[in-house]
Design a protein around this ligand. Sequence first.
Ligand SMILES: C[S@@+](CC[C@H](N)C(=O)[O-])C[C@H]1O[C@@H](n2cnc3c(N)ncnc32)[C@H](O)[C@@H]1O
Length: 247
Amino acid sequence: MSIFRELTEGLPRQAPGSAAATMRALGLIRGLPDQPRILDVGCGPGAQTIDLARATNGWLVAVDIRQRFLDELTERAAAAGVLPQVTTINTSMFDMDFADASFDLIWSEGAIYIEGFAAGLAAWRRFLKPGGWLVVSELTWMVPDPPAAAAEYWARNYPGMGSVERNCQLVAEAGYVSMDGFVLPVQDWWNNYYEPAERRVEELREKYAGDADTLAMLDETSREHDLFRAYHEAYGYVFYVMRKPAG
Ligand SMILES: C[S@@+](CC[C@H](N)C(=O)[O-])C[C@H]1O[C@@H](n2cnc3c(N)ncnc32)[C@H](O)[C@@H]1O
Protein backbone atom coordinates (compact mmCIF):
# COMPACT_ATOMS: atom_id res chain seq x y z
CA MET A 1 0.00 0.00 0.00
CA SER A 2 1.35 3.49 -0.84
CA ILE A 3 2.18 5.86 1.99
CA PHE A 4 -0.33 8.35 0.56
CA ARG A 5 -3.03 5.74 0.81
CA GLU A 6 -2.03 4.84 4.36
CA LEU A 7 -2.11 8.52 5.28
CA THR A 8 -5.57 9.18 3.88
CA GLU A 9 -7.61 5.96 4.00
CA GLY A 10 -10.71 6.10 6.15
CA LEU A 11 -10.26 9.69 7.32
CA PRO A 12 -13.47 11.73 7.58
CA ARG A 13 -12.47 14.44 5.10
CA GLN A 14 -9.66 15.15 2.67
CA ALA A 15 -9.86 18.95 3.01
CA PRO A 16 -10.91 21.42 5.71
CA GLY A 17 -14.67 21.56 6.16
CA SER A 18 -17.67 20.61 8.28
CA ALA A 19 -21.32 19.74 7.93
CA ALA A 20 -22.16 23.14 9.45
CA ALA A 21 -20.12 24.96 6.79
CA THR A 22 -21.68 22.92 3.98
CA MET A 23 -25.14 23.79 5.33
CA ARG A 24 -24.20 27.46 5.72
CA ALA A 25 -23.07 27.63 2.09
CA LEU A 26 -26.21 25.79 0.95
CA GLY A 27 -28.24 28.35 2.92
CA LEU A 28 -26.83 31.14 0.73
CA ILE A 29 -28.52 29.61 -2.32
CA ARG A 30 -32.03 30.65 -3.27
CA GLY A 31 -34.61 28.98 -5.45
CA LEU A 32 -33.23 25.45 -5.86
CA PRO A 33 -35.91 23.16 -7.33
CA ASP A 34 -37.24 20.17 -5.42
CA GLN A 35 -34.85 17.28 -5.82
CA PRO A 36 -32.12 19.30 -7.58
CA ARG A 37 -29.49 17.66 -9.77
CA ILE A 38 -26.14 18.26 -8.09
CA LEU A 39 -22.60 17.56 -9.35
CA ASP A 40 -19.91 17.15 -6.63
CA VAL A 41 -16.46 17.56 -8.23
CA GLY A 42 -13.49 15.98 -6.41
CA CYS A 43 -15.88 14.46 -3.88
CA GLY A 44 -13.27 12.40 -1.99
CA PRO A 45 -14.87 10.17 0.67
CA GLY A 46 -18.01 12.29 0.36
CA ALA A 47 -18.82 13.91 3.70
CA GLN A 48 -20.33 16.89 1.88
CA THR A 49 -22.01 14.67 -0.74
CA ILE A 50 -24.00 12.93 1.97
CA ASP A 51 -24.84 16.18 3.76
CA LEU A 52 -26.13 17.64 0.47
CA ALA A 53 -28.15 14.52 -0.34
CA ARG A 54 -29.84 14.67 3.06
CA ALA A 55 -30.45 18.41 3.03
CA THR A 56 -31.77 18.78 -0.53
CA ASN A 57 -33.32 15.36 -1.19
CA GLY A 58 -31.63 15.82 -4.58
CA TRP A 59 -29.78 13.60 -7.04
CA LEU A 60 -26.02 13.68 -6.60
CA VAL A 61 -23.35 12.82 -9.16
CA ALA A 62 -20.04 12.49 -7.31
CA VAL A 63 -16.82 12.58 -9.36
CA ASP A 64 -13.32 11.61 -8.25
CA ILE A 65 -10.28 9.88 -9.77
CA ARG A 66 -9.61 7.69 -6.73
CA GLN A 67 -11.88 4.64 -6.71
CA ARG A 68 -10.97 4.05 -3.06
CA PHE A 69 -12.61 7.36 -2.10
CA LEU A 70 -15.65 6.58 -4.21
CA ASP A 71 -15.94 3.21 -2.45
CA GLU A 72 -15.72 4.94 0.95
CA LEU A 73 -18.44 7.35 -0.19
CA THR A 74 -20.66 4.47 -1.31
CA GLU A 75 -20.30 2.77 2.07
CA ARG A 76 -21.03 5.97 3.97
CA ALA A 77 -23.98 6.87 1.76
CA ALA A 78 -25.47 3.41 2.35
CA ALA A 79 -25.02 3.78 6.10
CA ALA A 80 -26.68 7.22 5.93
CA GLY A 81 -29.61 5.87 3.89
CA VAL A 82 -28.97 8.15 0.88
CA LEU A 83 -27.29 5.70 -1.48
CA PRO A 84 -30.22 5.68 -3.98
CA GLN A 85 -29.64 9.44 -4.44
CA VAL A 86 -25.91 9.14 -5.19
CA THR A 87 -24.13 8.07 -8.39
CA THR A 88 -20.34 7.88 -8.26
CA ILE A 89 -18.25 8.34 -11.39
CA ASN A 90 -14.54 7.59 -11.57
CA THR A 91 -13.31 10.22 -13.98
CA SER A 92 -11.06 13.24 -13.98
CA MET A 93 -12.58 16.70 -13.62
CA PHE A 94 -10.64 17.50 -16.81
CA ASP A 95 -12.57 14.83 -18.72
CA MET A 96 -16.13 15.43 -17.51
CA ASP A 97 -18.49 15.08 -20.46
CA PHE A 98 -21.92 15.83 -19.01
CA ALA A 99 -24.51 17.44 -21.25
CA ASP A 100 -24.68 21.22 -21.22
CA ALA A 101 -27.11 22.69 -18.69
CA SER A 102 -27.61 19.39 -16.86
CA PHE A 103 -27.15 20.49 -13.22
CA ASP A 104 -28.95 22.89 -10.87
CA LEU A 105 -25.92 23.06 -8.59
CA ILE A 106 -22.23 22.25 -8.87
CA TRP A 107 -20.38 21.78 -5.58
CA SER A 108 -16.65 21.35 -4.99
CA GLU A 109 -14.98 21.47 -1.57
CA GLY A 110 -11.21 21.76 -1.66
CA ALA A 111 -10.80 20.47 -5.21
CA ILE A 112 -11.16 23.25 -7.80
CA TYR A 113 -7.48 24.12 -7.21
CA ILE A 114 -6.63 20.91 -9.12
CA GLU A 115 -7.96 22.41 -12.35
CA GLY A 116 -7.07 25.93 -11.22
CA PHE A 117 -9.61 28.37 -9.77
CA ALA A 118 -10.20 30.40 -12.94
CA ALA A 119 -9.99 27.40 -15.27
CA GLY A 120 -12.47 25.39 -13.18
CA LEU A 121 -14.96 28.28 -13.04
CA ALA A 122 -14.79 28.58 -16.82
CA ALA A 123 -14.86 24.86 -17.66
CA TRP A 124 -17.70 23.82 -15.34
CA ARG A 125 -20.03 26.70 -16.21
CA ARG A 126 -21.53 25.00 -19.24
CA PHE A 127 -22.79 22.08 -17.11
CA LEU A 128 -25.04 24.47 -15.14
CA LYS A 129 -28.59 25.23 -16.12
CA PRO A 130 -29.28 28.95 -16.61
CA GLY A 131 -29.75 30.33 -13.10
CA GLY A 132 -27.86 27.34 -11.65
CA TRP A 133 -25.43 27.72 -8.74
CA LEU A 134 -21.74 26.97 -8.25
CA VAL A 135 -20.27 26.59 -4.75
CA VAL A 136 -16.54 26.00 -4.26
CA SER A 137 -14.20 26.19 -1.29
CA GLU A 138 -10.72 27.40 -2.09
CA LEU A 139 -7.49 28.03 -0.20
CA THR A 140 -7.11 31.83 -0.16
CA TRP A 141 -4.68 34.46 1.11
CA MET A 142 -6.25 36.59 3.85
CA VAL A 143 -3.54 39.23 4.10
CA PRO A 144 -1.62 41.14 1.41
CA ASP A 145 1.84 40.36 2.88
CA PRO A 146 1.83 36.86 4.34
CA PRO A 147 4.67 35.82 6.67
CA ALA A 148 7.70 34.54 4.73
CA ALA A 149 7.42 30.95 5.99
CA ALA A 150 3.78 30.69 4.83
CA ALA A 151 4.48 32.47 1.53
CA GLU A 152 7.42 30.19 0.78
CA TYR A 153 5.56 26.97 1.66
CA TRP A 154 2.49 27.80 -0.42
CA ALA A 155 4.55 29.17 -3.31
CA ARG A 156 5.89 25.62 -3.58
CA ASN A 157 2.64 23.78 -2.89
CA TYR A 158 -0.04 26.03 -4.40
CA PRO A 159 1.49 28.88 -6.39
CA GLY A 160 -1.93 29.77 -7.84
CA MET A 161 -3.41 30.74 -4.46
CA GLY A 162 -5.22 34.08 -4.77
CA SER A 163 -6.70 36.67 -2.42
CA VAL A 164 -10.45 37.07 -1.83
CA GLU A 165 -10.43 40.20 -4.01
CA ARG A 166 -8.62 38.44 -6.84
CA ASN A 167 -10.89 35.40 -6.70
CA CYS A 168 -14.03 37.57 -6.67
CA GLN A 169 -12.68 39.31 -9.77
CA LEU A 170 -12.13 35.91 -11.44
CA VAL A 171 -15.70 34.88 -10.55
CA ALA A 172 -17.06 38.00 -12.25
CA GLU A 173 -14.78 37.57 -15.28
CA ALA A 174 -16.02 33.99 -15.68
CA GLY A 175 -19.57 35.34 -16.01
CA TYR A 176 -21.11 34.48 -12.65
CA VAL A 177 -23.30 36.76 -10.53
CA SER A 178 -24.80 36.86 -7.01
CA MET A 179 -21.42 36.46 -5.37
CA ASP A 180 -21.54 35.52 -1.68
CA GLY A 181 -19.42 33.51 0.71
CA PHE A 182 -17.59 33.20 4.00
CA VAL A 183 -14.33 32.07 5.55
CA LEU A 184 -14.28 28.58 7.00
CA PRO A 185 -13.80 28.69 10.81
CA VAL A 186 -10.37 27.62 12.05
CA GLN A 187 -11.83 24.64 13.95
CA ASP A 188 -13.07 23.22 10.61
CA TRP A 189 -9.42 22.71 9.67
CA TRP A 190 -8.63 20.83 12.86
CA ASN A 191 -11.67 18.80 13.91
CA ASN A 192 -12.32 16.73 10.80
CA TYR A 193 -9.10 17.14 8.87
CA TYR A 194 -5.76 18.03 10.49
CA GLU A 195 -6.36 16.33 13.86
CA PRO A 196 -7.34 12.92 12.41
CA ALA A 197 -4.49 13.28 9.89
CA GLU A 198 -2.00 14.09 12.64
CA ARG A 199 -3.08 11.02 14.64
CA ARG A 200 -2.51 8.94 11.50
CA VAL A 201 0.93 10.52 11.03
CA GLU A 202 1.90 9.53 14.57
CA GLU A 203 0.83 5.90 13.98
CA LEU A 204 2.83 5.80 10.76
CA ARG A 205 5.91 7.32 12.41
CA GLU A 206 5.99 4.29 14.70
CA LYS A 207 5.33 1.86 11.87
CA TYR A 208 8.06 3.36 9.67
CA ALA A 209 10.64 4.22 12.36
CA GLY A 210 14.00 3.76 10.62
CA ASP A 211 12.63 4.44 7.11
CA ALA A 212 14.14 7.86 6.46
CA ASP A 213 12.29 8.58 3.20
CA THR A 214 8.87 7.81 4.65
CA LEU A 215 9.62 9.75 7.83
CA ALA A 216 10.61 12.76 5.70
CA MET A 217 7.23 12.58 3.92
CA LEU A 218 5.43 12.40 7.25
CA ASP A 219 7.42 15.42 8.46
CA GLU A 220 6.23 17.36 5.42
CA THR A 221 2.59 16.59 6.33
CA SER A 222 3.17 17.71 9.92
CA ARG A 223 4.86 20.83 8.61
CA GLU A 224 1.66 21.86 6.83
CA HIS A 225 -0.25 21.45 10.12
CA ASP A 226 2.38 23.42 12.10
CA LEU A 227 2.33 26.17 9.53
CA PHE A 228 -1.43 26.60 9.84
CA ARG A 229 -1.15 26.55 13.64
CA ALA A 230 1.30 29.45 13.42
CA TYR A 231 -0.12 31.45 10.51
CA HIS A 232 -3.86 30.73 10.27
CA GLU A 233 -4.57 34.44 10.15
CA ALA A 234 -2.65 34.72 6.88
CA TYR A 235 -4.61 32.16 4.85
CA GLY A 236 -7.84 30.21 5.03
CA TYR A 237 -10.44 28.26 3.13
CA VAL A 238 -13.14 30.46 1.62
CA PHE A 239 -16.53 29.33 0.36
CA TYR A 240 -17.43 31.16 -2.85
CA VAL A 241 -21.11 30.97 -3.79
CA MET A 242 -22.10 32.19 -7.25
CA ARG A 243 -24.77 31.86 -9.90
CA LYS A 244 -24.87 31.46 -13.66
CA PRO A 245 -27.15 34.25 -14.96
CA ALA A 246 -30.67 33.06 -15.71
CA GLY A 247 -31.10 34.76 -19.05
C1 LIG B 1 -8.40 17.89 -1.15
S1 LIG B 1 -9.37 16.52 -1.64
C2 LIG B 1 -11.04 17.07 -1.23
C3 LIG B 1 -12.00 15.91 -1.16
C4 LIG B 1 -13.40 16.23 -0.62
N1 LIG B 1 -14.09 17.21 -1.43
C5 LIG B 1 -13.34 16.66 0.83
O1 LIG B 1 -13.50 17.88 1.08
O2 LIG B 1 -13.13 15.79 1.68
C6 LIG B 1 -9.34 16.62 -3.41
C7 LIG B 1 -10.03 15.46 -4.09
O3 LIG B 1 -9.90 15.63 -5.50
C8 LIG B 1 -9.62 14.36 -6.07
N2 LIG B 1 -8.93 14.57 -7.35
C9 LIG B 1 -7.61 14.79 -7.60
N3 LIG B 1 -7.41 14.98 -8.92
C10 LIG B 1 -8.63 14.90 -9.51
C11 LIG B 1 -9.07 15.00 -10.86
N4 LIG B 1 -8.23 15.26 -11.85
N5 LIG B 1 -10.39 14.85 -11.11
C12 LIG B 1 -11.28 14.59 -10.10
N6 LIG B 1 -10.91 14.48 -8.81
C13 LIG B 1 -9.61 14.62 -8.52
C14 LIG B 1 -8.77 13.65 -5.04
O4 LIG B 1 -8.79 12.25 -5.21
C15 LIG B 1 -9.45 14.11 -3.76
O5 LIG B 1 -10.51 13.25 -3.40
